[in-house]
Design a protein around this ligand. Structure first.
Ligand code: FAD
Length: 384
């Protein structure tokens, strides 16, 4: 089939990659260049954390997220072949510390740690209860560590916290590397044409208009994130701010979440002593620079997690808006010749492979396809 994908954020790229595996002819349109832009995907921390996220999300996020983890694993394996060895699949140490120099995309499968200061233990307990109540029974994947066990697993936190929750299946990818590796694999495929820096002015069943020209396809798939708001008015932006710090005095290996009654943070390790500290979640579609208040909250929480952050350089601050629907769940809406996939909210990296797989299954099986995820796929007339 001749398929247009409009929007090459994480949703559009993962979907294009999956469709390209089935031999479809693809035209990818994006208003931004191939290797940079304003997509929310370029701001994301790249966490794949289906357990932690369910504390404040529907169970469906966990169910879909668990289905997505093996798809991420398979995708990183396959990208390593398609990219001629550029992308490495699984490694068990943070990038930049011990693995091969050509490792461009690494699925960091080290698990995540949840900790809280003594005064915030109630918040930590509440988090554990929320997750366990929703996931019952989750005992195996939900390990309570005492101070000695925490010190053994993550020596950087030794003596700082008397207990922790360890979620060994949680992982993360480098968002920019994932975007780049997917683009490289797609550009290497002769069935894929990429139209960068061309905003799509109008899209409709079987057709679109871009750069003043009209195009026709068997299917048009709208993956524009917040860029689709004019056609999907229920979409809203949820602002997220995060900081990149260079902290040579900090040697964290795991993704760490600090529980706090007002400002919970996560810390994601990156190569070269970089740590991503995130993120705020504000009901606003403002893309203005990070506020003093948000910076203070994120930085104080980071400093309270590890004093080595006190000497860190602030390398960059990043702001973007997550595309969300009213229930904060992803949605696929279809009519003949047009599919929209959107609403990935704070889970676009986690969920893109499974939402993409559902689009592919639906396209290849037709209207008789029954998704295992109730409500995910609906005719376009049904509002989300
Ligand atoms: C601070 C922050 C941290 C996050 N951390 C995580 C995380 O750790 N894990 C996780 O799973 N998710 C995370 N997310 C969420 C994730 O970034 C989003 O869910 C995801 O990017 C949504 O993907 P998308 O492809 O739908 O939209 P986007 O990534 O925004 O991509 C949309 C694309 O459409 C293009 N476009 C828009 N309009 C047009 C047009 N008219 N013509 C052509 N092209 C167009 C844009 O240029 C863009 O490339 C985070 C988000 C933020 C803001």
């Amino acid at each position: 089939m001749q398929i247009a994908i409009v929007g090459a954020g994480i949703m559009g790229r993962v979907l294009a990659w999956q469709l390209s595996q089935s031999g479809h002819r693809l035209s990818i349109f994006d208003r931004d260049p191939i290797h940079s832009g304003d997509a929310a995907a370029y701001t994301a921390a790249g966490m794949l954390t289906p357990y932690s996220e369910v504390a404040s999300a529907e169970l469906a996020i966990h169910t879909m997220g668990m289905a997505a983890l093996p798809l991420w694993s398979a995708m990183t394996d396959a990208l390593s072949v398609a990219g001629g060895g550029r992308c490495h699949s699984h490694c068990d140490s943070p990038c930049g510390q011990s693995h091969e120099p050509d490792c461009d995309l690494c699925l960091h499968q080290l698990g995540s740690l949840i900790v809280a200061h003594p005064g915030d233990r109630a918040d930590h307990r509440h988090f554990n209860q929320q997750v366990q109540n929703k996931l019952h029974p989750a005992a195996e994947q939900f390990q309570q560590l005492n101070a000695a066990q925490l010190a053994e697993l993550e020596p950087e936190l030794a003596g700082r916290f008397s207990e922790a929750t360890y979620l060994p299946e949680e992982s993360w990818v480098d968002n920019e590397q994932a975007m780049a590796c997917l683009a490289d694999a797609l550009l290497a495929n002769p069935n894929v044409s990429w139209f960068p820096e061309i905003p799509v002015e109008q899209l409709a069943p079987h057709s679109l208009r871009a750069g003043g020209e009209g195009y026709r396809f068997d299917w048009v798939i709208d993956c524009r994130g917040l860029g689709a708001k004019a056609d999907w008015p229920q979409l809203r932006g949820v602002r997220g701010e995060l900081l990149w710090l260079r902290a040579p005095e900090v040697k964290l290996k795991h993704l760490v979440r600090l529980m706090h009654p007002r400002y919970r943070i996560y810390v994601v390790p990156r190569p070269d002593d970089i740590y991503i500290i995130g993120a705020t979640q504000i009901e606003s579609d403002s893309m203005e620079p990070i506020t003093v208040r948000s910076s203070l909250e994120l930085l104080s929480a980071a400093y309270s997690l590890h004093p080595g952050f006190g000497e860190a350089e602030i390398v960059s601050t990043r702001v973007n808006c997550r595309p969300a629907l009213s229930d904060n769940l992803p949605a696929i809406r279809w009519q003949d010749g047009l599919i929209r996939a959107n609403g990935l909210f704070r889970h676009g990296f986690l969920l893109a492979p499974v939402v993409a797989r559902e689009v592919v299954n639906w396209l290849e099986s037709g209207e008789s396809y029954r998704s295992p995820y109730a409500e995910l796929i609906q005719p376009l007339a049904v509002p989300a």
